[in-house]
Design a binder for this molecule. Structure first.
Ligand code: J2J
Length: 546
């Protein structure tokens, strides 16, 4: 029998433990949503502009969206790539697909044809759901490219002006269909990995494990019916969806306010108007908020807590939050693969500003190890390995990568370097994986390097991260060209390489911020590119911005 590479289950003995502990409750998302509609009925669940969607509406809209998808041939088990901005329809699609037993693959609005076509082809997606235009970009053009590259794609649904594609909005009067019964232990949706390899990885999350992380996050963050959450980060991101995110707020019967943009010009008036109490930001965005709030924070009076995660937060920036924003700061360290740690509310500032807190679950197993997988003592940095009731055991269709990314006994190698303090709090001190964290947006170096190597002039390429006061890190592509005495000047080459990456359909955040053209790349004794040496070299070199 060929092994199932689509989904790696937890060992049965642990699955039983997680069920017995009450973490896995055997509930699917459609049942959960129906429960919310019953419990919270006419309360406002979502606010977007002037629109209010109640809990009852949210459930009915999912049923109608499911009916619309079914009328266009989607069925239980189909995988569907979803790429929507912060609009209420995101939830119609998410819950509508799950209502049907279909499985959303949650792409980010910033993804372009290269990524979307890969997700569609790799997952044999039945459909792609997108918007007509967003942030000046026409997603229908992208859809045309994707359709040519992914022949299994049966449908493209477009929100707004669909042109030749199928309109996403169900026709008026379409009655909801009943939910397709599903297995709580089955895959509910796919998150995307920040990754460190040549191709992005899909993360299968089950109803049981994902809902556990949502419920437990909502509880430990103390959310309730009076929570008003501003969704400023992309809705699809694991942080803003589940930590505790929009799903956690819905679970608690609170209200989610959708911000069309995360910047203070848009979000501050929304905070005032909607009485927002809680939001989640990446450090880069927090710095922008602080900068504006130092002049005038009067719009933020209702805000009681700001969660910050996705990238390292400097203790000084964290310490400024209570004074400048008038709110508590809560650090969150998490990953779409599973493990999430929170600084518990009420923690003393000295610890709250310098650590990333404790894991959600008493059953989260955390190991901090050296290069040979031997445990290191508390207080010393090491590689973070983890397994537990909501951390995956394998990526979708990636057997070779899974063999490297997980230990034989099922620990996920996070690629993060952490120190465990006496008392168990984790402090993230570095990163081992070859990834650049550009303001919370993750770039797998290898993916960009492979794309650069497809340019005929490029002989070798290495992507490194350089410190940046706003983004935390920005990316620099170090490139060795094939010898060409009559070749164009370096700046023209840089421009050409950036254009080449955009032509390949790479998301804009992956296009290097800087280029460095070198006669050859420094190598280690075993012939691998010496990235620490390149980083030093790139920091000393003059700026070469494409
Ligand atoms: C340092 N690095 C961090 C932090 C994530 C909650 C919060 C964040 C994510 C997320 C998430 C960090 N300090 N506070 O999914 O549910 C880096 C680490 C980690 C990687 C995961 C959630 N918080 N990171 O950021 O899958 O390197 O998830 O392994 O996008 O971001 O990235 P991602």
């Amino acid at each position: 029998m060929t092994p199932d590479t689509d989904f790696t289950p937890w060992p049965e003995v642990l699955a039983r433990t997680y069920r017995e502990a009450g973490y896995w409750q055997g509930e699917t998302f459609p049942a959960w949503l129906a429960g919310l509609a019953g419990r919270y009925g006419d309360r406002a669940a979502l606010r977007a502009g002037d629109l209010t969607v109640t809990y009852r509406d949210l459930h009915a809209r999912a049923g109608r969206q499911a009916a619309h998808f079914a009328a266009h041939g989607l069925r239980a088990g189909d995988r569907v790539v979803v790429q929507l901005p912060s609009v209420p329809e995101f939830f119609d699609v998410l819950f509508g697909l799950m209502h049907l037993g279909a499985r959303p693959i949650l792409a980010l609005p910033a993804h372009r044809a290269g990524e979307i076509a890969f997700f569609c082809a790799h997952a044999d997606a039945a459909a792609y759901v997108t918007v007509d235009r967003h942030a000046g970009f026409d997603h229908r053009g992208l859809a045309r490219e994707v359709r040519a590259a992914a022949p299994a794609l049966r449908q493209v649904f477009v929100l707004g002006d669909a042109q030749e594609f199928t309109p996403l909005t169900p026709p008026a009067g379409l009655p909801p269909v009943p939910a397709t019964p599903g297995e709580a232990g089955g895959v509910a949706l796919y998150q995307l990995s920040g990754g460190s390899t040549g191709t992005p990885k899909l993360i299968p999350r089950t109803h049981d494990d994902y809902l556990y992380s949502v419920r437990a996050s909502a509880e430990l963050c103390g959310l309730g019916g009076d929570t008003v959450y501003l969704a400023a980060l992309p809705l699809a991101h694991n942080f803003s969806l589940t930590s505790p995110g929009t799903l956690g707020v819905l679970h608690a019967g609170g209200r989610v306010v959708l911000a069309p943009q995360p910047t203070p010009d848009v979000t501050f008036p929304l905070v005032r108007h909607e009485g927002v109490t809680l939001t989640a930001l990446v450090p880069a965005l927090l710095q922008v908020w602080l900068h504006v709030a130092r002049r005038d924070a009067s719009a933020l009076a209702s805000l009681t807590r700001v969660q910050v995660g996705g990238a390292p937060l400097s203790p000084d920036v964290a310490r400024a939050v209570p004074d400048v924003l008038g709110a508590e700061v809560q650090q969150v360290f998490g990953m779409a693969e599973g493990l999430v740690t929170y600084v518990r509310p009420g923690t003393a500032p000295a610890l709250a500003c310098t650590t990333q807190g404790h894991p959600i679950s008493p059953h989260d197993e955390v190991r901090v190890v050296d290069d040979e997988d031997r445990d290191v003592p508390d207080g010393q940095p090491g590689h973070l390995l983890t397994r537990g009731p909501y951390t995956i055991r394998g990526y979708f269709r990636a057997p070779d990568h899974n063999a490297r990314a997980f230990t034989p006994d099922g620990y996920y190698r996070t690629g993060d370097i952490v120190t465990r303090l006496p008392g168990g709090a984790l402090r993230v001190t570095g990163r081992h994986k070859d990834q650049i964290n550009r303001g919370g947006e993750k770039i797998a170096a290898e993916e960009v390097e492979h794309a650069l190597l497809r340019h005929p002039q490029v002989a070798a390429a290495a992507l490194v991260g350089l410190p940046d006061p706003w983004l935390g890190e920005r990316s620099c592509a170090c490139v060795q060209l094939h010898p060409d005495p009559a070749g164009p000047p370096a700046r023209a080459v840089a421009r050409d390489l950036a254009a080449h990456l955009r032509r390949l359909g790479l998301a804009a955040f992956k296009v290097p911020d800087r280029f460095l053209i070198l006669p050859d790349l420094p190598r280690t004794a075993v012939g691998k590119v010496d990235k620490p040496a390149l980083r030093r070299c790139a920091q000393a070199a003059p700026d070469l911005i494409p």
